[in-house]
Design a protein around this ligand. Structure first.
Ligand code: C2E
Ligand code: MG
Ligand code: MG
Length: 617
């Protein structure tokens, strides 16, 4: 109780005044100290560190103003409340008091009843401020989601840990940990599930470092223990501060991989009355290890080295750890260069769209094409979207790039209409981040009207994740799109966690069966069964299906046998620049449609195109 009692220092040369004020404050539970002049006040202040000081102005020796100014100079924080009491009830002395740093001003003769309330209110406000400040300080150094320290904390702490390791001739390591399957979880199960997973990961990681016998934790006398921090997203960083050898970091990394690859049991929320049930999630992690001290132990450098090693581990399949080596920073530099160039690509007009036809099996007619983005990167050539879309997503660049795609596709549809292909519809891919963007609908509306085409000429391909993330938002966007006449396709269907019965509740038109299933329909029983099931369910829900990535005649036959109405793939054409697509369409038109139309276009093609992913010529 005593520790929480506020201390007040009353500075007055008049003993009666001191006694009167002191008695009242003591009744209110304050601990009262007294001083008779300025220098006495400074001494008592130093000893007692009171929260509040009441100062008389007219005193022998240094007066109240000077005492006040000196107190302010000494007080480490501006938190001390200083009340200046003076009988000189004029604006000039008030001015002087404030200029000396007073919190407030009390006119003499003092009305003690009012003063006591005023002091209580000031102390209350001071306490509240302290709580808020503490909270802000905590927030500034902690990740709110997991309660772990954050990047800012680590940046403060790391130089100190490295320095200490050097002094004690010990070693340590920075571990950068990234969850391999996390984006998929976030995209398909939504952010709430992603958050739950991150919290669980944090708990498991903490468990890994505590009670461990291989990780020596720093002693309690000031040396920080092994610390773990979240860097935002799905990246965690562990600092092992006191190892016997850098090889020991591998033991910890092995344990972390083992602990994180155990399945996570997730209870999924209900979405609009549909229970999504429980899900057992398997995530993998990749770990990069940067030992210290080393020749490059500036802490930013250590962190980016650990990151580079982590990316390397991830690239070689995930579920492993990797020590940093110098070659990796070259790759990191390349990645940075990619980002810088990607930022400029839009304004420099380096993007182009290629179009891949979708063929209706029953008639052989090409009713639509899919617009696929390409980046003509100077000095490199045509870059596949697989190589830059993930980065564009991560940096948010996908929003302006995606806007360009929509506008360009609409303009192209108009151009084709003028060339005689008035019914050809164009599908554009919309990433999750773009779908989340509140301006998407306005963008689509204005793109349609600027190009002067009907909504029915445009189709959007979205992923299951876009729908799962925020069901309400998704439903309202899809309803608006339907009102505009824009068709909606679910891309890469079967790779996420969503179910067809959930899609039934949403205004979706088309399901695109993912290429990974189509690829194996003739060689793998599971792929065949999954594809057949998706086609059957899609049919019963009156959804259109499109099979992606069709490369062989046998695949077409399987798909047709199972009622797939539309096919798309290299068997018919790889994605083509707009002009070449027109030439391709014209060449098909020369002969009349035959009954077994799906086969027809193949005969007319000069051989079956190579089944390799195209990044252009
Ligand atoms: P996606 O939307 O599933 O597009 C189909 C991908 O399969 C395309 O790859 C296409 O070239 C490829 N493909 C088509 N037929 C065959 C085939 O018979 N065999 C094989 N092996 N591949 C085939 P691409 O053009 O590299 O695009 C890859 C992904 O990048 C797309 O997958 C899409 O998710 C994304 N993407 C492309 N353009 C855009 C865009 O403008 N915006 C967004 N957000 N994503 C895009
Ligand atoms: Mg697509
Ligand atoms: Mg696809």
């Amino acid at each position: 109780v005593d520790a929480s009692r506020a201390k007040i220092l009353i500075v007055d040369d008049d003993e009666t005044e001191r006694a009167l004020a002191g008695a009242g404050f003591a009744d209110d539970g304050l601990e009262v100290f007294e001083a008779t002049n300025g220098s006495d006040a400074l001494r008592v202040f130093q000893e007692q560190q009171p929260q509040i000081v009441m100062l008389d102005v007219v005193m022998p020796g240094i007066d109240g103003y000077a005492t006040c100014a000196e107190l302010r100079r000494r007080a480490a924080s501006a938190d001390v409340l200083i009340l200046v009491a003076t009988s000189l009830d004029d604006t000039e002395s008030i001015e002087l008091a404030y200029r000396a740093g007073a919190t407030d001003f009390i006119a003499k003769p003092i009305h003690f009843g009012i003063l006591r309330h005023r002091v209580q209110a000031l102390l209350r406000a001071q306490r509240e401020r302290a709580v808020v400040q503490q909270k802000i300080a905590h927030m500034a150094f902690h990740d709110e989601l997991t309660g772990l320290p954050n990047r800012a904390f680590l940046k403060e702490m790391l130089p100190y840990v490295v320095e200490q390791a050097r002094r004690r001739e010990r070693v340590g390591a920075v571990l950068s940990i990234d969850l391999d399957g996390f984006k998929r979880v976030n995209d398909t199960l939504g952010h709430a599930a992603g958050d739950t997973l991150l919290r669980e990961v944090a708990t498991r990681l903490e468990g890994c470092l505590r009670g461990s016998d291989c990780v020596t934790r720093g002693d309690l006398a000031g040396s920080p223990a092994d610390a773990i921090a979240r860097f935002g997203g799905d990246e965690f960083v562990v600092v092992l501060s006191d190892l016997a050898s850098t090889d020991d970091a591998a033991l910890v990394a092995t344990r972390i991989v083992r602990v994180l690859t155990k399945p996570f049991e997730m209870v999924l929320a209900e979405v609009d009355g549909v229970r999504l049930g429980e899900q057992e999630l398997h995530v993998n992690c990749s770990i990069g290890i940067a030992p210290f001290p080393s020749s490059e132990d500036d802490s930013d450098r250590l962190l980016s080295n650990a990151d580079a090693a982590m990316y390397d581990a991830k690239k070689s399949g995930g579920g492993k750890f990797q020590y940093y080596c110098a070659d990796m920073s070259r790759k990191a530099t390349e990645a940075l260069e990619l980002e810088t160039n990607l930022r400029r690509a839009l304004e420099r007009g380096e993007f182009e769209l290629h179009y891949q036809p979708k063929v209706r099996c029953s008639t052989g007619v090409v009713e639509g094409v899919e617009a696929l983005l390409r980046w003509r990167r100077p000095g490199v050539g045509l870059v596949s979207p697989l190589d830059f879309i993930p980065l564009a997503e991560k940096t948010g660049l996908i929003v302006p790039i995606g806007a360009w795609v929509i506008r360009a596709a609409c303009a192209q549809a108009k151009a084709w209409a003028l060339e005689g292909f008035a019914d050809l519809s164009v599908a554009v891919n919309i990433s999750t981040r773009q779908f989340r963007n509140r301006e998407l609908l306005d963008l689509i509306r204005s793109s349609l009207s600027d190009a002067g085409i009907a909504g029915s000429r445009l189709e959007v391909e979205i992923t299951e994740g876009s729908l799962m993330e925020d069901a309400k938002h998704a439903a309202s966007v899809l309803n608006e799109l339907r009102a505009l006449g824009v068709k909606v396709a679910i891309d890469d269907f079967g790779t996420g966690y969503s179910s067809l019965s959930y899609l039934r509740l949403l205004p979706v038109d088309t399901i695109k069966v993912d290429r990974s299933f189509v690829r194996d329909v003739t060689v793998n029983q599971d792929s065949a069964a999954i594809t057949a099931a998706i086609l059957a369910m899609s049919h019963s829900l009156r959804l259109e299906s499109v099979a992606e990535g069709v490369e062989t005649q046998e695949q077409v036959e399987f798909l047709m046998r199972h009622g797939c109405p539309v096919v798309q793939g290299f068997l018919f054409s790889k994605p083509l620049p707009a002009a070449e697509l027109v030439a391709w369409l014209r060449a098909r038109d020369v002969e009349p449609e035959s009954a077994s139309a799906a086969v027809t276009p193949i005969r007319r093609l000069p051989g079956i195109p190579r089944p390799t992913v195209t990044t252009g010529e």
